[in-house]
Design a protein around this ligand. Structure first.
Ligand SMILES: Nc1ncnc2c1ncn2[C@@H]1O[C@H](COP(=O)(O)OP(=O)(O)OP(=O)(O)O)[C@@H](O)[C@H]1O
Ligand SMILES: [Mg+2]
Length: 279
């Protein structure tokens, strides 16, 4: 059976795409779903930092890597190298498997820009996942860059479902409106439909007045997409990242960390239902 797929995306930096990918991915594993996370967000390797892989990755130049899978030679690589997929995908202690980002994604974006045919330009990741990866996983989550690019479009084409983390601030409503515009443009220009599957309010505390106001605003604007649970701001999220792990691995999680874990777990279950899985 094909894996359910979703991409964490918002046309804005620092909203919680990577944090959301790592934590929803780990929550999905805890719910019993075999989960693969793919970092398309660039060479700083943020996603791998949540799984203690960053130093190891910096020390070696991995090949094959995520950029290899976009290339025409990929089918030959798989044919000649029995371990190609095992070399590409890393298992984590926290649960999900991960395909880390790689520096050559930047150059790849420029190469894709020279291809005219939309399906050829934006459909490469989809083709790779469908042929080589889908059968081994229940869910695939993609961590996308905070701006539109050929790589981001490949992620959106492959997932067809967006989880948009939104962080409150003076422009929060505009961020989500921009995303709707982006998805409409893709529909017009590239001919594919991408659903806004989940709006994930990050760093919002429903117990405060401001938090409830944000929630109400987004719930009325996105009644079908709003996530059932909001993610509170938690210093432990940053502590976990600095320790190279996710919240569930902390020995003494704070109260806010516990609430964040429960929220991610609830949202992970809702995500499965919205992607048409579960029972
Ligand atoms: N709920 C939260 N509580 C506290 N800190 C958080 C929370 N969510 C995210 N952060 C912190 O905010 C920063 C930005 O988060 P993150 O890296 O997930 O955003 P991003 O959208 O992936 O950014 P980029 O566009 O740069 O890839 C990180 O340092 C992260 O640890
Ligand atoms: Mg990120």
């Amino acid at each position: 059976m094909a894996a359910m797929r979703a991409a964490l995306f918002l046309d804005k930096g620092g909203v919680g795409k990577t944090t959301g990918t790592a934590h929803l991915g780990t929550a999905l594993e805890k719910e019993g779903y075999r989960t693969l996370l793919i970092d398309l967000a660039g060479k700083q390797g943020d996603l791998s930092k949540h799984f203690g892989l960053w130093e190891e990755l910096q020390a070696e130049d991995r090949w094959p890597n995520i950029a290899t899978t976009f290339q025409d030679e990929w089918s030959i690589v798989v044919e000649k190298l029995d371990s190609a997929l095992e070399d590409l995908i890393i298992e984590t202690e926290e649960g999900p498997d991960i395909i880390p980002a790689h520096g050559s994604l930047d150059g790849l974006d420029a190469v894709l820009a020279n291809i005219d045919e939309p399906a050829e330009r934006y459909g490469r990741l989809d083709a790779f996942l469908t042929e080589y990866v889908d059968d081994d996983y229940d869910v695939i989550l993609l961590d996308l860059p905070g701006s539109t690019s050929n790589i981001a479009y490949n992620g959106l084409w492959a997932a067809r479902n967006v989880i948009a983390p939104v962080r409150p601030g003076p422009f929060e409503a505009g961020q989500a409106a921009q995303l709707r515009q982006d998805l409409d443009d893709i529909h017009e220009e590239q001919g594919v439909t991408i659903e806004l599957t989940m709006v994930l309010l990050n760093e919002v505390d429903e117990r405060t007045k401001a938090g409830r106001r944000y929630l109400e605003e987004f719930a009325s604007e996105y009644p079908d997409a709003i996530a059932p649970a909001q993610i509170p701001s938690s210093q432990d999220i940053q502590n976990a990242q600095m320790d190279g792990t996710v919240l569930w691995s902390l020995e003494r999680p704070s109260k806010t960390a516990q609430r964040a874990m429960a929220a991610y777990e609830e949202d992970a279950r809702a995500l499965i239902a919205r992607l048409g899985g579960g029972n």
